[in-house]
Design a protein around this ligand. Structure first.
Ligand code: ATP
Length: 530
């Protein structure tokens, strides 16, 4: 059964070390998260796949890594100082601040309609540069990586001798002071962006825009996102950013959230190169950027066919790694009933769940909102038994559940059944799985088995191609389940036969089928499949 709520993903991500709230021991920082040991592997694999597809496997791309801090003039002429703003209202009753376009005139916290007028709020973070805090010594943390590409356009052109069309790819942190960060990694204040600025001859931009849309849809599918859960939304004229002529949003169907933007693919015209150029009047721009009196360069391309300077148009596919990460988790998540639990055990779980929900409905200590959420969720689980049984764990992690004494009994009834008859599997594409293989000795106190298993792990890891781990902290069945839950595609078990014939059991995550492979062929076997 796939994930039906975002909570299931969030709870797995926390439990298994994918994602932690930032500075959690001090209560966290809203809208900021840390990637744990598995999270960093998954994130790096997503980025590597993107880079491979968009830089290495194409003829027309270069890479760049520009700094986060830039001369503030960049943000003046890019238009961000003036227009990178959300209309915002304050609730006069509870003092919370909201984005005006998201709340329909009513405070989502306290329900009050006593709101201030909407006022613009600039989403760029400011920081001081140098030891003296005078008004001129500041910089912004970039809200997008794109501007680092535009202001380096002439540098890249001069050093690579590229001809149009060509693009520049960049991966790096972006910062936005979002008014209401929420939904875990979906809306945060600090995030990794993967951006391409693709420069084309004016007049060919619409065709390239469509081609990039197709290329990007192909990439999303290559990392395991199903086409049915992707939608292309074309922005309406009044939704377009100040630089865009046309924008496609790719939307992904997230559990709980429904269809939401996962990537934007914009036709930015000649706005950006034009806005950072001097002598704009002589450039024949179609866009209308603010006049620039401070740039020292003309960001143009000399077209030898026509013997004239042109300002290229730009197609920009832009995505954030966090929204991709959540989508990949959602897509991979599966709670599978391995065999049907016997009726008496199931009945005991159903009874414990019913008793728990009854206790929730009578408990005064749990707030009304939390109580309703628990009951709604618990009822959905009760109706979905036996398949929904593993979701009891997520139910017990919801706010207020820890106040209910009967929660312990419910967990006690459910956990052994979940362990024996169910498994949670992350069916990642092997290419992006955080751990490619885990090696187990059949017995942890047998020196021959342990040393062969450790040697195999070491030699696989030494190839530099994959993350391989060793584990001997439980029975093999339990170790398999643990790796299933983090999406490891292959588990290797070293047993007594291994000591005789130098073969190990390779167990496939998805089919659970096992076969023997000789130790000498393991590296190739795994490299071909991950
Ligand atoms: P939204 O309308 O959701 O605020 P946006 O249209 O401002 O997003 P873009 O400026 O197009 O977003 O940013 C490009 C991509 O960067 C988005 O498609 C998304 O994947 C990611 N992104 C933008 N803002 C955030 C954020 N606050 N947290 C996480 N990812 C983000």
């Amino acid at each position: 059964m796939p994930a039906t709520t975002l909570d299931q993903l969030v709870s797995l991500a926390k439990r298994r070390g994918f994602i932690f709230p930032s500075s959690e021991i001090y209560g966290g920082l809203q809208g900021v998260f840390d990637y744990g040991p598995l999270g960093v592997e998954l994130k790096n694999n997503i980025i590597a796949s993107w880079w491979r597809t968009n830089v290495y496997e194409r003829e027309d791309m270069e890479g760049l890594d520009a700094a986060i801090l830039m001369n503030p003039l960049v943000w003046k002429y890019s238009g961000h100082e003036e227009t990178f703003v959300d209309p915002m209202v304050d609730c006069r009753n509870c003092k919370l601040r909201w984005r005006a376009d998201q709340i329909a005139g009513k405070c989502p916290n306290c329900g009050s309609t006593d709101l201030t007028e909407a006022r613009p709020f600039n989403m760029m973070f400011k920081t001081q540069v140098g030891p003296v805090a005078d008004p001129s010594s500041f910089a912004y943390l970039r809200p997008e990586t794109a501007q680092g590409i535009f202001v380096n356009f002439a540098n890249v052109l001069a050093t690579t001798n590229r001809k149009l069309p060509f693009g520049i790819a960049q991966v790096g942190k972006g910062f936005r002071n979002e008014i209401n960060p929420r939904n875990h990694l979906f809306r945060v204040r600090e995030f990794d962006m993967l951006e391409i600025e693709y420069f084309v001859m004016p007049g060919t931009d619409e065709e390239w825009h469509e081609r990039w849309l197709e290329d990007r849809l192909r990439w999303w599918q290559s990392i395991g996102i199903s086409r049915e859960r992707l939608q292309v939304y074309e922005q309406k004229p009044d939704e377009l950013a100040h630089y865009a002529k046309r924008t496609f949003d790719l939307l992904y169907y997230y559990p709980t959230l429904g269809f939401q933007e996962i990537e934007g693919i914009a036709n930015r015209t000649d706005y950006d190169l034009g806005s950072h150029s001097r002598d704009q009047a002589s450039l024949g721009l179609t866009a209308r950027p603010n006049p620039n009196s401070q740039s020292t360069a003309r960001l143009t391309y000399f077209d030898t066919a026509t013997n004239r300077h042109v300002v290229p148009f730009v197609i920009e596919p832009s995505m954030g790694v966090g929204r991709c990460f959540l989508a990949v988790l959602a897509e991979a998540y599966d709670e599978q009933m391995v065999k049907a639990p016997p009726a008496d055990k199931l009945a005991a779980v159903a009874d414990a769940l019913a008793a728990f929900l009854k206790s929730v409905s009578k408990n005064e200590k749990v707030g009304a909102e939390a109580r309703d959420a628990l009951i709604e969720r618990g009822q959905a689980i009760a109706d979905g038994l036996p398949e929904a049984l593993p979701q009891v764990e997520t139910l017990l992690a919801m706010p207020g559940a820890d106040q209910i004494e009967l929660g312990k009994k419910l967990r006690g009834q459910t956990q052994p059944v979940a362990d024996e008859f169910f498994r949670t599997v992350l069916r990642f594409k092997p290419q992006i799985a955080p751990i490619k293989t885990a090696v187990f000795p059949l017995k942890r106190n047998h020196e021959g088995l342990v040393s062969l298993a450790k040697n195999i792990r070491r030699s696989l890891q030494a190839s530099g191609r994959m993350r391989a781990v060793y584990d001997d902290t439980g029975a093999i069945g339990r170790l398999y389940r643990r790796q299933d839950e983090i999406g490891t595609p292959f588990c290797l078990t070293v047993d007594f036969q291994s000591l005789e014939d130098q073969t190990v059991t390779v167990r496939d995550r998805d089919t659970m089928a096992q076969k023997r492979v000789s130790v000498g062929e393991l590296k190739q076997y795994l490299e071909d499949r991950t």
